[in-house]
Design a protein around this ligand. Sequence first.
Ligand code: S3P
Length: 165
Amino acid sequence: MKGPLAIIGYMGSGKSTVGRILARRLGWEFVDLDTEIAVREKRPIPQIFRESGEGYFRDLESRGLAWALGTEERVVACGGGVVLREENRRLLSAASTVFLEEDLGVLYARTRGDSRPLRGTSREEFERRYAEREALYAESCGLRVLVDGRTPEEVTEEVLRWMKG
Ligand code: S3P
């Protein structure tokens, strides 16, 4: 069982929920990268995007990821766009990384009405962004889990089985 363990996937796929359960089961520390960034910046993610732009956020995200993956007994839930930068994909490939995959209609409905800056307002935009990322999620992970409506606990069991190898 080799850590750290990173959880990646699109917005709304349950990365933080599953990550928290996994950390508890493993007895490891849990880090939510977006929360970490917001705390360090003393402002929420939408405000960082609005005031400082996406490039600024991505710089914080890359720095935060490098820090977060520096401790072995840790589960790291990443933001949906973490795979956009090659340096991040390299770090993820070197860790134990799980890609949580879920039906896009489910993800679109689940993220309705919340404040994610890149969620967008149309299903087309949401799908286009995912299409740009899917191959990046796939190349960065060691395990691809199809959530398919299963509970976070069921998904956790699958990840734990993989980690026990
Ligand atoms: C983003 C996803 C968000 C957050 C930021 C950008 C993205 O995290 O990092 O709003 O580019 O998909 P979640 O995947 O937790 O929503």
